[in-house]
Design a protein around this ligand. Structure first.
Ligand SMILES: Cc1cc2nc3c(=O)[nH]c(=O)nc-3n(C[C@H](O)[C@H](O)[C@H](O)COP(=O)(O)OP(=O)(O)OC[C@H]3O[C@@H](n4cnc5c(N)ncnc54)[C@H](O)[C@@H]3O)c2cc1C
Length: 385
């Protein structure tokens, strides 16, 4: 059992979630479903105005992790998240009364050159070694499945369990589901300071038994005791990783599947086709670099030629919330009763329902699931001892 500030029954447990991105909203819904009284605070005026609304909404449970040899715990968490996503999607859609474009089509991984065949083969082998379903395909087989692909490709595979959603719809529907469940979402409230003690007091005076930090790449509030002394939470600073993305008009007969190559992906949605993304470590600005955007288009066109001429709708940048070891921080911080749901880097949409479960288990029941133990937010603190 975890040391916690106090242990009221979940029905009388008041929990503040700081951050209305996909992680904070999914966690708030899970906490509410388990009986807690929940309020969400966010600095922005819209839901998910940080990284979440700028994401491609891919649920890459296999592709993202197959090649990450040193991230086995994260691969297991991603797999679990991939498995619970269909139920989560159905639950959110039912609770909100609207869809999120959950697409079960699977993702294609394409080799454009003989050199990339080896890279693709590495992914297929790693997926198989981890028990993830993978269907190797020749270039003609891929073209039959996805006619928008270029000629002259060198084959690849279908990852049937890598799905996608429209991230902005997920945010909208989570907001609607929370509202129907009586969860208040207080927008335009940046939380700079929380006063701890027998309970946690927000700047608006409201008090809570627990706090969940889901601030993404934003600024963590400072915690102080009743007499003003600092309460260290033990969390490292976020490692920001900027990502730029191109959104094109979705044409009839356009791509149906998520398509990955080694250096670009295409994620088709009903309202646009996304081509992404750059990965610029340490950058926190939201500026668009036209050359980077044109590079994305050129790479995308090499695998799906219609990308070359599709009209541009918009382009944007978002900041992925990274950590020193690129794995999330999920669990109790150095302050009893304060929990982290942070550092989801390039997979926050995929991991949201799994993180929500793990945080709720800890914050309400005081249990740390074996899946969560690798993501102890205090692991960096321990390294420094
Ligand atoms: C270009 C791009 C493409 C991506 N594609 C994918 C993808 O296909 N699949 C995937 O799974 N992931 C993807 N990601 C990653 C994903 O977007 C993030 O991992 C995820 O959105 C993180 O969610 P979050 O809720 O932690 O953070 P955010 O969405 O950033 O939310 C944090 C919220 O906290 C609020 N906040 C911060 N500080 C405070 C404070 N002190 N007080 C009050 N509020 C505060 C912010 O206003 C913000 O709304 C992508 C990211 C980018 C940039």
């Amino acid at each position: 059992m975890l040391p916690t500030a106090s242990r009221p029954k979940s029905a009388s447990l008041r929990i503040a979630v700081i951050g209305a991105g996909v992680i904070g909203l999914a966690t708030a819904l899970e906490l509410r479903t388990r009986g807690a009284d929940v309020v969400v605070y966010d600095a922005g005026m819209d839901l998910g105005a940080g990284a979440s609304i700028r994401s491609a909404g891919m649920l890459g449970a296999a592709f993202e992790w197959a090649v990450e040899e040193d991230q086995r715990s994260l691969a297991a968490l991603a797999r679990h998240a991939g498995m619970i996503w269909p139920d989560f999607a159905a639950r959110v859609e039912r609770m909100a009364g609207g869809g999120i474009e959950f697409s079960p089509e699977g993702a294609l991984v394409v080799a454009r050159t003989p050199a990339e065949v080896e890279w693709a083969e590495g992914i297929a082998a790693a997926c198989q070694a981890r028990g993830l379903p993978v269907k190797r395909m020749t270039a003609p087989e891929m073209k039959r499945l996805e006619p928008t692909l270029a000629d002259g490709l060198h084959g690849g595979m279908l990852l049937p369990e890598d799905r996608q959603v429209d991230a902005s719809l997920v945010l909208q529907r989570l907001g609607a589901a929370l509202s129907r469940q009586g969860v208040g979402v207080r927008l335009g409230r940046k939380i700079d300071r929380i006063v701890g003690g027998a309970s946690f007091q927000m700047p608006d005076g409201d008090r809570f038994n627990r706090v969940v930090l889901a601030t993404g790449a934003g600024t963590l509030p400072e915690f102080v005791g009743p007499r003003g002394a600092q309460l260290p939470h033990g969390l490292p600073a976020c490692v920001p990783v900027k990502g730029q993305m191109l959104a094109l008009v979705s044409a009839i007969g356009g791509p149906r599947h998520v398509i990955h190559t080694r250096d670009v992906y295409i994620a088709p949605k009903a309202r646009w086709t996304l081509v992404g993304a750059t990965a610029e470590r340490g950058r926190q600005d939201l500026e668009i670099d036209r050359k980077a955007i044109e590079d994305l288009r050129r790479r995308g066109a090499a695998v799906a030629p219609m990308i070359a001429t599709a009209a541009e709708l918009t382009a944007w940048a978002g900041i992925r919330p990274g950590t020193p070891d690129d794995a999330p921080m999920i669990g109790q911080t150095a302050i009893p009763g304060v929990f982290a749901a942070l550092g989801h880097f390039r997979n926050g949409v995929l991991l949201a329902p799994a993180t929500a479960e793990l945080v709720a288990e800890q914050a309400i029941d005081g249990k740390v699931s074996p899946l969560a133990s690798a993501f102890d937010p205090l692991r960096f603190d321990k390294d420094g001892d």
